[in-house]
Design a protein. Structure first.
Length: 120
């Protein structure tokens, strides 16, 4: 089933399918697909499943993080600058909330969706 979805451009959740021949063939058809696969691979290797700060204001945190990611994708900010700006916005949001036990803000990490090519 997941192999069939690859043909339609849906990223498989199983690493064996993601790293398989079908995915390689699909990605090789267009440069942007190769870049996308490289970005997803990098995020999978270095990222975490956490995408929102621990708060009751989840929609607002998603908006902050989503805007930061969008600025990177559009080339308006570097991943580092977008993440720093998101950190500042999340900290401001946290400071508006009353303190609670175990409440902490996490650091935002945004992977570059178009990493520099390692091939020469």
């Amino acid at each position: 089933m997941q192999a069939t979805l690859v043909d339609r451009g849906v990223a498989p959740s199983r690493s064996s399918v993601f790293e398989g021949e079908g995915m390689r063939a699909w990605a090789s058809q267009k440069p942007v697909r190769r870049q996308w696969v490289a970005a997803v691979s990098e995020i999978s290797r270095r990222g975490t499943g956490d995408y929102a700060s621990p708060t009751d204001r989840v929609p607002e945190t998603r908006e902050i993080i989503g805007r930061a990611a969008q600025k990177v994708v559009l080339g308006q900010k570097t991943p580092q600058q977008a993440a720093c700006d998101a950190d500042a916005a999340l900290l401001k949001l946290q400071q508006q909330d009353p303190p609670r036990l175990g409440y902490a803000i996490g650091r935002v990490a945004i992977a570059d969706p178009f990493p520099p090519s390692t091939s020469s």
